[in-house]
Write a protein that binds this ligand. Structure first.
Ligand SMILES: NC(=O)c1ccc[n+]([C@@H]2O[C@H](COP(=O)([O-])OP(=O)(O)OC[C@H]3O[C@@H](n4cnc5c(N)ncnc54)[C@H](O)[C@@H]3O)[C@@H](O)[C@H]2O)c1
Length: 272
């Protein structure tokens, strides 16, 4: 029997930002396999090829809205989409994110503000706009509604030439703890937890490694993948589906007593 598709998210509606690629797409696929209705958002125009192909593959339980997580107006449109299509929301995954590397003295103000806007403002705005709907829907399940914010191991420890990304993901970690305490103490039925992936094979990782190659830090991206695997205790990088497993757990009743937690999925990288 397959481990997937237990139907434990039947009756739930989920929203996943940055849902067309990488970790967000894997989370959306897992939620659908478990019986949820899923709304994906991303930057791509709704009538462009990738959203169309993705929806055709995912089926009728999925829908898509083009929305930039840095835009308040786009978040308002996303809320309208969810309200009209489902009238409720139980799971919010603030996943959309980007990276930025370089020595701190080389970072421009624009580059710093851009990563903070996507990685931090995006999580705040998604939480703010969907909080009332999550609160209203949370009473349907013992564990309430669930906000899952995708931070990183880079939100736990520092890393060379990664200060802006480290700062943004550290902010996601503590923002999550703050709203978790806020909601729990006010008996608002929303849990909030962060996931801290290690190195995951996605388009973002490939693009980042390619930039390191162009800067001369390695001959090929494959060399960087091999080096990263060698410094990870488990000996390999993660598949996005392995992050989706944690996102499923945090969305399900099995995590009903968890809020304000940080779930590290890194093959032992930060355990060293
Ligand atoms: N890949 C890794 O190794 C890794 C490790 C730890 C944490 N993360 C985090 O996981 C999340 C997903 O990363 P991924 O590796 O799947 O990246 P990815 O680039 O493969 O996918 C991210 C998606 O987010 C979308 N996106 C980017 N900016 C957006 C914006 N302003 N508004 C809406 N959508 C936007 C992109 O178009 C893309 O589809 C990010 O928050 C990232 O920081 C990734």
């Amino acid at each position: 029997m397959s481990e997937l598709g237990t139907g434990r998210l039947v009756g739930r509606v989920a929203f996943v930002s940055g849902g067309l690629r990488g970790i967000g797409l894997a989370i959306a696929e897992r939620y659908l396999a478990e019986g949820a209705q899923v709304v994906l958002s991303d930057l791509d125009a709704a009538d462009s090829a990738l959203p169309q192909e993705t929806l055709a593959r995912l089926g009728k339980s999925a829908s898509y809205i083009a929305a930039n997580v840095t835009s308040e107006a786009d978040w308002d449109r996303a809320r309208e989409h969810v309200a009209q299509r489902h009238g409720k929301l139980h799971i919010l995954v603030n996943n959309a994110g980007t990276d930025l590397t370089g020595p701190v003295e080389s970072l421009t103000m624009d580059a710093w503000r851009r990563i903070m806007a996507i990685n931090v403002d995006g999580v705040f705005l998604g939480t703010r706009v969907f909080q009332p709907m999550l609160a209203a829907s949370g009473g349907e399940f013992r564990g309430g509604s669930s906000i899952i914010n995708i931070s990183s191991i880079m939100g736990l420890v520092g890393y060379t030439d990664t200060s802006a990304y480290n700062a943004s993901k550290g902010a996601v970690r503590l923002f999550t703890k703050s709203i978790a305490v806020e909601f729990a103490t006010k008996r608002t039925p929303i849990r909030a937890n962060s996931i801290h992936p290690g190195f995951v094979v996605t388009p973002l990782l490939h693009a980042g490694f390619q930039r390191w190659v162009e800067k001369g830090f390695a001959a090929t991206a494959q060399d960087l993948i091999d080096t990263t695997a060698a410094t990870t205790p488990i000996g390999r990088l993660a598949d996005p589906a392995e992050i989706a497993g944690a996102a499923f757990f945090l969305a399900s009743e099995d995590s009903s007593y968890m809020t304000g937690s940080e779930v590290v999925v890194d093959g032992g990288w930060t355990a060293q």
